[in-house]
Each structure stands twice: as C-alpha cells, then as structure tokens.
Design a binder for this molecule. Sequence first.
Ligand code: MEV
Length: 438
Amino acid sequence: MNNTVSGFSKLSKEEKINWIAKAYFSNPLEAVVLLKNYWNTDTKIQQLHDEFIENTITNFYLPLGVAPNFLINGKHYTIPMVIEESSVVAAAAKSAKFWATRGGFKTTVLNTEKIGQVHFIYEGDVVKLEKFFTATKNKFFTETESITKNMQKRGGGILDIELRDKTHLIENYFQLHATFETKDSMGANFINSCLEQFSKTLKEEALLYELFSDEEKNIHVVMSILSNYVPNCVVRAEVSCKIEELGEKKIENPHDFAEKFVRAVRIAEVEPFRAVTHNKGIMNGIDAVVLATGNDFRAVEAGIHAYASRNGHYSSLSHAKIEDGIFYFWIEIPLALGTVGGLTSLHPLVKFSLEMLEKPNANELMQIVAVAGLAQNFAALRSLTTTGIQEGHMKMHLNNIINQFEASHEERHLIKTHFKTNAISHAAVVDFIENLRK
Ligand code: MEV
C-alpha cells in the first residue's frame, strides 16, 4: 500500500480513520474499534475535542488525579494533577501533609512582566534609527489602541517598547523589545497581535521618515513573536521549620537529614547532570498542574529551563539552607499562566480544575503551580536522601504490572497482600503471577 495521501484534512473523521487503519494496521477493523472506544459518547464533548486541533481521530486519555491538604499562605487547596507517571500524585499529597503541620507553604509573586519582540534588519546609520524610534515610539502605542483597549480596562497593556541594537550578534539585526502586563490571561494572542501591529507601524513609518535614505527606509521585519522566556514573571514558593520539627517516621535524625538534604540541593546547583534530573522532578509537579488548568506546558518548560541556565550554566531551580537552626527550602521560577482565555473556558475538565482551586486569578495560579513543583522536589529529595526512590516507585508500579498481566480481582488481592511484606521488583512480581497461574 502507498502510505501517502493528498487532501487528508478534507476527509471526514470516519474516512481519516479508515485510511489510517488500512494503511498501517494488519487488522484494520481492530484499529478502528480501538479508536472508537476512546470516543466520548456525549457527542457535544466529542465535537469540542475534535475541534481543539486538526485531523482529530480520537481522544488520548491521561489521568486527572488530586493532591489534597496543601496549605498555601494559610489557605487549604486540593490540587488537580494531570500526569501518567505513578507516584507523582502520591508524593505531592505526602509533601502537602508533611508541610501542612509545619506552617505550610508561603508564596510571593515577584513580578508579572511578559515579553515580545519584533526582529528586524535595518541597513544604515544607527543614530538615525535611534532618532526615528524616539520620534515614532508614541505611534506604536496609539496604533495598537484598538487591541489594547480591553486589556487596559483590566489593568494591563503595553508597559514599554525599547529599540535594541543586536548588530554585535548578526549584521544589521535590531529588535523592538516590548514588555506587557496581561493580567489573568497568558497573553500570547494579545502580545502577538500588538507585535504584528508594531511591525506594520515600523515599516510604514520608516517609509515616511525624511531623515532616512532610500535604503534606510526599507526595514525588513524577520518576525514578530512573544518570548516564552519570562525572567521578570517570577513566583517564589518556600517552606521552613525548625530542624527538630523535620522528624517523622522516615526521618529519624532531623539534623542529619537537613544537612544531607541541603547537600543534595547544592549538588544540583553545581552539577548539570544532577540539575536536569532534579529539575525534572520539579517539572513533574509543575507540568501536571499546568496541564490540568489548561495552560501551555511547552511554553512553561522552555521558559523554566532557560531560567535555570540564566547564570551561564544549567542549575537547580530550588535552593536550601540551614540558618540558626532553621531549615529553609525554596524555589523561584518564571511562569506565564492564564486563568481566562484559551482552553480555560473551553475544556470541561479544565473548568472543573479551576473551580476546585476556587477560581484563582493568574497570580494565585502561579503560586499554586510553584508550590506543586517545590512539594514534588521535597518528596523526591526526601526519598533520595533516605530510603531511595525505588521503594515508593515500585509500590506504585505494582499496579502497572498487575494491569499488564490483566490480573483477576482475586489475583490482584493475593499479589498486593504478598508484596506488602516482600521487596517489589518487576521480576519478583512476574514470578509470583506465573506461580499463581500454574
Ligand atoms: C522521577 O520522575 C523524578 C526524580 O528522578 C527526581 C529527582 O531525582 O530529584 C525522582
């Protein structure tokens, strides 16, 4: 079979599925049945999902779990998490409970500035360009008024526009570097619309600028786009308690634990191989809440990892110290999130998640997400510096193995009872199931 197709996007959903099933599957009927099993029986919900993207053939499920008992700035939250990795939600819930009895999480939004740039090429006298920019700057604001009107009513808008000379990087390369306040929306559409208008104004006004030569009048815009790097849209989350208060079942000697913990964080601060895994653990919490609340996890990931490298080498996002007998653990991360617009008002489960969080504004959501990251990091480091992570991981992984073997209700009970007191490994569970079935 020739596995290429033309006009695919114009086929009906049914036709698309049939084409894929025939092109790639030895049992096309089975493939079709599988895809249709994941369709929602409520046609309205299905249509909504079909229309989120192009060429939708079915839904791809991820679990939505919840981690209760988060105490943040004195208020209790149950945090929604969308994630496939076992033990992440359990770890978050454990951290939440641990810190709820030790003062809870404290958070502060440090700033909320977003960034967008018009990248352009100007071949000419830099001083003239600077004069042109000063003379034209106001026009960038007035000509975007129809776009910024509503945002201004909500207290947001364009904060500033700068001309940046980047000719030391690329010949004749300049930028309009603009900063924005987008309040409760993530702001991507708003920022990109403003930038495209800036680009138009830039080109039109340059053509009219009398001091420019014909060559200088001809500004070439390469592109206009927001930046997902938002180092001035940062939230801080922290926990602290007296070292003695760290004691619990897993932490017999709180002083040793605190020191080992701080050292583990220090290693992630200086050693990129460890920093990446350390931060991956933080992203387990962050991405899960970002997804559950309908935000763009790719933007968040890209921005956070750039921030982790801001001092010239990739480093830990979290930090810890012991001072005057107190254990401090904190994180500062850039997060551009929205609680209005985009998926937030479209996806029923996103609406559900936001309602469960008591309809936070974007600043509150930034704080909740940062806490989820810090909690996850605390749980990972606590396990790593005490029992190791495999104990907890394998307990959760047991379910996956049981499901893989399609264990019956009775088998499931026997397996779970046996592995309450026996070490779990993939081989041990497989052996046990095979013995049961002999
Ligand atoms: C696993 O998903 C995350 C950890 O590897 C994070 C870490 O090592 O800190 C446990």
